[in-house]
Ligand binder design. Structure first.
Ligand code: IMP
Length: 205
């Protein structure tokens, strides 16, 4: 019997690559949006990471008639009242680049001392099955914002984020070291365990 299909519902190639890595070995054939006809991105109009992750999983799952996983993630900075939060992707405005966002964040924290530059990455990972089964997991990692960008690995705010207990930024870590502690690694390892338990109980789609 062939494995059922599981679509990674993310138009962000960097994230989709991380998710594929985190789902290796599950008894599903993992597909990406590149395997399907182009689809418009849904409007992320929920005000929580959980809500937006579920919205994306429902949207792409129902668009293509397959089981789907999707995530919503972002960076919360305490000194900025939790910003950029769910607006992390477009913090510096529509069409902005990762560099634009990083410059804006460094500017917003210019007067904030080292010990007050506390931040956390959050990731909510959602699954929707063909039968309507829905499940969401949340993963977080606490750290602080560096004084300047360091490292070329990863994506987004990685060059600015120093996880607690380390001196390197995510941008300076190799991908496996990042995944072993990251918000996305945590959320998807929890989601994997959930999916494995579904399969162990006879779930088949
Ligand atoms: P989403 O696609 O709506 O979940 O937007 C997530 C945004 O949050 C990304 O575009 C990045 O700006 C930021 N982000 C989320 N996870 C990470 C990460 O692991 N490293 C760096 N930036 C991240």
């Amino acid at each position: 019997m062939t494995n059922p299909l599981l679509l990674i519902g993310s138009g962000n190639r960097d994230k989709a690559a991380e998710l594929r890595h985190l789902l290796v070995g599950l008894p599903w054939e993992v597909m990406s949006l590149a395997d399907y006809p182009p689809a418009e991105e849904p409007e992320e109009d929920q005000d929580t990471f959980e809500g937006n992750a579920l919205l994306k999983a429902r949207y792409y799952g129902s668009s293509f008639g397959v089981a789907c996983v999707a995530d919503d993630s972002g960076l919360e900075v305490d000194a900025l009242g939790g910003a950029p939060g769910i607006h992390s992707a477009r913090y510096a405005g529509p069409g902005c680049s990762y560099d634009d966002n990083n410059r804006k964040l460094l500017g917003a924290l210019a007067a904030v001392s080292d010990d007050q530059r506390i931040a956390r990455f959050v990731c909510c990972a959602a699954f929707i099955g063909l039968d309507g089964t829905e499940h969401v997991e949340r993963g977080t990692i606490k750290g602080r914002i560096a004084a300047s960008a360091r490292g070329a690995n990863g994506f987004g705010y990685d060059p600015l984020f120093i996880p607690d207990g380390m001196s390197l930024t995510f941008g300076e870590l190799d991908p496996d070291s990042k995944h072993s502690v990251s918000h996305r690694g945590r959320a998807f390892r929890q989601l994997r365990r959930y999916l494995e338990s579904l399969v162990a109980h006879g779930y088949a789609s």
